[in-house]
Design a binder for this molecule. Sequence first.
Ligand code: SF4
Ligand code: SF4
Length: 506
Amino acid sequence: MSAPTFDLGYLHGGLRMPRRKDKSNKQPIAHVPVPQQLIIPITQHVGDPAHVVVGIGERVLKGQLIAESDGPISAPVHASSSGKVVAIEPWPVSRRLGGNAPCIVIECDGEDRAIELSEAITPFTSMDQETLFQKILQGGIVGLGGAVFPTAQKLMHASITPLEHLVLNGIECEPYITCDDMLMREQADEVLGGAQILMHALGVEHCFVAVESDKPEAIHAIADVMTELQDDRIAIKQIPTIYPSGAEDQTVQLVTNKEVPTGGLPTDVGCVVQNVGTSAAVYRWICKGEPLISRVTTVTGDGIAAPMNVFARIGTTVADIINFVGGYTENVHHLVIGGPMTGKSVTTDRVPLVKATNCILVMSDEEQFGNEQPCIRCGDCASVCPVQLLPQQLFWYACADNEEKLRSYGLMDCIECGCCDLVCPSHIPLTADFRMAKARMRELADEVARAERARLRYEFHTQRLDREQLLRAQQLEAQKQAAREGGSKAITDILERTSKKDDQDP
Ligand code: SF4
Ligand code: SF4
């Protein structure tokens, strides 16, 4: 990758970097056929894993619920084609910290038979807010821009604050990735149809579709549909092509000129951001009854014979998708799920496509970075950081495992954009170190919270035992008193008085 240039225009820091997008955006989106086997992880979202509701040997249909949402932040999972459940077992997946995850394995029958809808499709305009949130939740829709936060819960949370704008994020600032660009070119009607549903759900009267100015075809396609819809609540906002302008807070700033406060959310400045793919997924579920069982993903890099965008079923293995696009070239170095800046390297192509997979990147030797060297304190990393952090200091404290300093230097504000990695002349994998340090800190915080809950439970348990002991003593005393007085009224009075509870078990 040639040296990127600095740009201090609209955002602090950021990079103009080689786009490498024309490898994959020259042909229409192709459809990957039904594979022999689907490997569907039960956790493809932020939050609690979904709860499996099918058994081994059970036949399932396309669109059938196979794992239900389980917890305040969770999303259901559906079968992406028809067939038989042959296993529910751990399988290698592409996750930020690697490893295996429980998956439902479906042997496809090739018939691709869809389940009948349990209810007729209702126009979204006749649904109230709560009904629409619940409906979106049932469709398994999650943020397809990479965050995979369950969409229904995000909307519910947003709806309790005063809102001004829905921002549809069509900014695809990371090199190589073109799936949102191609989706907007080919399915702008679904993207904007979804925007109308989301505006109705949130009760907002304005929507910006944010698109980078180097995507003229997408801009034209969106503009054409806007003309057809005659919906003057929707406007296009062209954004300069600077990485990471597509990060949520940066998008809000570029579109509305409002800065999301540190540690805050776009809702703090009256905005809700949804990826254009999420918007199209909402449309397909609400207006066509198709839950989130497939997505567009970019298959690209010098290691891919014929780079392109494909529509593939969730659970199709990366190996099957790469075979479909003509296989590998001879110049393969390694496989990344996601883009070169925020993606995750994997060591096997047996991993399945999941809701978060926006790109399958196969890099060649020439596309590699150099070997890691000690930090020379040049400060380049700080000058490109879009959230104005000091990556060299964070790196120092991450190595020392100094949680207090990491917090005070704002590690939790790092958006893991990878800009600092890219400019570092010492090739230090700063972002990977920050990601691991954040995970360690979250784990620690979880442990502290768990210990606190256990302490509260113990204290309450002890208090309850004390209360019960006191109650028994009072009852005994009442019986003795009644025996002395020869009447039962005293017992009743005391029992009533002592059986009153003054608090609840946490
Ligand atoms: S990865 Fe984090 S520290 Fe590095 S440039 Fe991006 S936001 Fe800043
Ligand atoms: S860019 Fe790399 S070498 Fe320069 S200060 Fe940052 S971490 Fe150190």
